[in-house]
Ligand binder design. Structure first.
Ligand code: ADP
Ligand code: MG
Length: 696
């Protein structure tokens, strides 16, 4: 049995772990020996400093080393409440120790003997006391001692005790420390000055010093990212076979366009075209800031695929967007005789039937529709290419569905304007390859961005009047739908005004700007109502559209020249950037005004980042830095396995190193076959098995 097999073995096989304890550990998700030793402490308490009783302060948590001054007494305070009490002293002072409902303590403490106690000091006048401290004999030593060292604190469920976990992990470590697999080849450990496995496992649980602990953490962060990188790289290698789509000469396509594609667009097309021609299934993400011209790239790929005589699908998140894309794609593709169809929920039944029968008879090359609708038709229509636009869930659902489809899987192309830091994207999208549009089409005017207080309201009204008089349109975004009375969390410093609601604000603007056509759009409206309101804005029947963030996705209103965001502090940086991208899509000078009365440092930093930069990726990096990765991704939608130590994003530096190291290693030994890489191979395998449930 290899050492890795031993790590997979059930914890019940460990000496000292019986059925009852095993069940308790199972409740923490610990099943195998490897689970057990990989259950890292949530935090540590440094109990190594010994304090002098006489110098301790009220409320301080300390370790003291003291003599028990009297025979521990037990008293019954009331039914169900026992108290053990005794006094302890050192050279500097004395202290009363109490234990509630732990009568057995009386038998563990002897008058005249010296113990170490760890707990919180409370002072009443000059009298000190400590309740329920951890304690042990003065001469106690070793990893399981609970004072006089750095003590691990594990995340637990109720009913479980730290002591039990420490003991179990100790037993687990003792049973395998000698034979622990080493997933990091020695050369790599040397190169990055990383601790070896046995000392790292020992020190992450039972550190002898702060230095030992940080060395262990450094190693495990690297290991985590490295193994993940290897697993993801291997998945990329193990692509499914795909329909080979011959690569055309794209100049034929480009020359028919009303404008020259940007360098970034050409590159993105090349990258995907190569995937399509490779005979392997394409799984590619196109990341491009708002307005970077993703639709053109999609059109080029549809053009390439149309030559196979097979269908492509284009999925948009809303009907409005589906219709917009239908128009744009038709304009790009119709000159080549490519037949484009549209399928949305609000179409008449007869129209839908017509499209479906066109589909069946092979009379369509491209079908555009909403995610929801086309999702159902995916397997029926047997497409060669599936393009998903603005899918915030990264297409995981669709990809899962596609994976279950019969026959050759279609090529998958996911487009997103949600800027995610580049390094992170590579990890998050798992086995997706990533193309980036890092360049805007020429002649795009910078959107002038300002941040003002609500005192500017009058001046902003004048600005709106002026723009609308020039024939422009305006977006106003509010964080909420209706005014709800005081939000509980709105007591943060500087929060002076109430939150503007979209509905109320629209009413107010109607009073203040009676000459303008003001409309309102929010998430509580029915989809058809929303689409109607958006439609009026598109047809220039609305001057000012007041809305919640429902307009976030890529709707094109080229005539809109101002994005006004009320209570801007309520929005994340990336979200603000997305909103700003709704304007500046035509030839008019465009503006974004952020209204906030918040002056907190974090809010200021956010507003400043936005006023100073128009680069979505730069802004995403800032956002990540300000908010941390937890917030950034919301509810773990990225499908990556949980990290023990590494915080994706926070560890960008290590991430890059680990990825690079993984690439190099896999180039050398693609299947991880060399004996030196056996442990790594096994670990990558183990991780891949875990990921199979979430990715694909
Ligand atoms: P997004 O990446 O936000 O989806 P779109 O595909 O909607 O961007 O493109 C935004 C606008 O830029 C569209 O009006 C499109 O016609 C225009 N556009 C795209 N590529 C170019 C280009 N190379 N040169 C000039 N305009 C372009
Ligand atoms: Mg778009």
């Amino acid at each position: 049995m290899g050492s890795s097999d031993a790590l997979r073995s059930d914890i019940r096989g460990i000496r000292g772990i019986g059925e009852k304890r095993a069940q308790a550990l199972n409740s923490l998700g610990i099943f195998s020996l490897f689970d057990l030793i990989s259950y890292f402490p949530r935090r540590y308490e440094d109990r190594s400093e010994i304090a002098s009783i006489g110098l301790t302060q009220d409320g301080e948590t300390v370790t003291v080393c003291a003599v028990c001054g009297d025979e521990p007494r037990i008293s019954r305070i009331r039914r169900g409440l026992d108290l053990v009490r005794f006094r302890i002293y050192d050279n500097t002072g004395e202290l009363t120790v109490t234990f509630f409902n732990q009568p057995y303590v009386r038998n563990q403490i002897r008058r005249g003997e010296t113990y170490r106690f760890y707990g919180k000091v409370e002072m009443k006048g000059s009298r000190r006391s400590m309740a329920n401290p951890a304690f042990e004999a003065e001469e106690a030593a070793g990893p399981l001692s609970v004072t006089g060292r750095i003590v691990p604190v594990y995340g637990l469920r109720s009913g479980l005790q730290q002591k039990l976990l420490r003991q179990s992990i100790r037993q687990g470590l003792d049973s395998c420390l000698e034979t622990l697999p080493e997933v990091l080849p020695e050369a790599l450990r040397k190169e990055f000055a990383l601790a070896d496995a046995p000392s790292a496992y020992e020190a992450i649980h039972f550190p002898e010093s702060p230095d030992a602990l940080s060395a262990a953490r450094k190693r495990f962060i690297f290991e985590e990212l490295f193994v993940l990188s290897c697993a993801l790289d291997r998945r990329r290698q193990q692509r499914a076979a795909g329909i080979p789509v011959p690569r055309p000469d794209f100049d034929d396509f480009y020359s028919a366009l009303p404008f020259a594609p940007t360098r970034a667009q050409r590159r993105a097309v090349e990258e995907a075209a190569e995937d399509l021609a490779s005979g392997m299934q394409m799984n590619r993400l196109l990341q491009g800031d708002v307005g970077s011209g993703k639709t053109l790239v999609a059109a080029a790929l549809v053009w390439q695929c149309s030559r196979t005589g097979r269908l492509s699908l284009f999925m948009a998140p809303t009907e409005i967007l589906a219709e917009q894309h239908f128009r744009t794609l038709t304009a790009f593709l119709a000159p080549f005789g490519i037949r484009v169809g549209l399928l949305t929920g609000s179409m008449k039944a007869a129209e839908k039937r017509a499209v479906r029968s066109a589909l069946e008879s092979g009379a369509l090359d491209l079908l555009v529709g909403t995610h929801a609708l086309l999702g159902d038709d995916l397997s029926l229509s047997d497409p060669v290419l599936v393009i998903t636009d603005e899918q915030h869930r990264f297409g995981v659902d669709q990809r899962a569905r596609l994976a279950r489809a019969k026959g050759m899987p279609p090529h998958v192309y996911v487009m997103s304007a949600t800027p995610i830091p580049r390094t992170l994207a590579l990890m998050i999208y798992g086995d997706l390859s990533v193309s980036v549009l890092d360049e805007l089409p020429p002649g795009r005017k910078e959107i002038e961005t300002f941040c003002v207080g609500s005192a500017y309201h009058e001046r902003l009204l004048n600005f709106i009047r002026k723009l609308c008089a020039e024939g422009r349109q305006v977006f106003v975004v509010c964080p909420k739908v209706e005014d709800e009375s005081d939000e509980p969390e709105s007591s943060s410093a500087g929060d002076s005004g109430k939150l503007l609601s979209a509905v109320e604000h629209a009413e107010q603007l109607r009073r203040e700007l009676p000459e303008l056509r003001i409309d309102c759009l929010h998430g509580r409206m029915k989809p058809a109502e929303k689409d109607a309101a958006m439609g009026r804005m598109l047809r220039d029947e609305t001057d000012v559209l007041v809305s919640t963030t429902v307009i976030e996705v890529g709707v094109d209103v080229p005539n809109a020249a101002l994005m006004l965001i009320e209570n801007a502090e309520r929005f994340g940086l990336s979200q603000l950037h997305q909103l700003r991208g709704r304007v500046g899509r035509g030839q008019h000078a465009s503006y974004c005004v952020l209204v906030t009365d918040h002056h907190g440092a974090e809010v200021k930093a956010r507003m400043k980042a936005l006023c100073e930069s128009s680069d979505g990726f730069h802004i995403a990096e800032e956002d990540l830095r300000l908010r941390g990765p937890g917030d950034f991704f919301g509810s773990r939608q990225h499908g990556l396995p949980e990290m023990h130590l590494a915080e994706l994003g926070a560890e960008t530096e290590s991430l890059l190193k680990a990825r690079d190291a993984a690439h190099r290693l896999l180039e050398e030994d693609p299947l991880l076959e060399s004996p030196e890489h056996r442990d790594l191979h096994d670990r990558v395998q183990l991780l891949s098995e875990k990921m199979n449930g979430t990715l694909n």
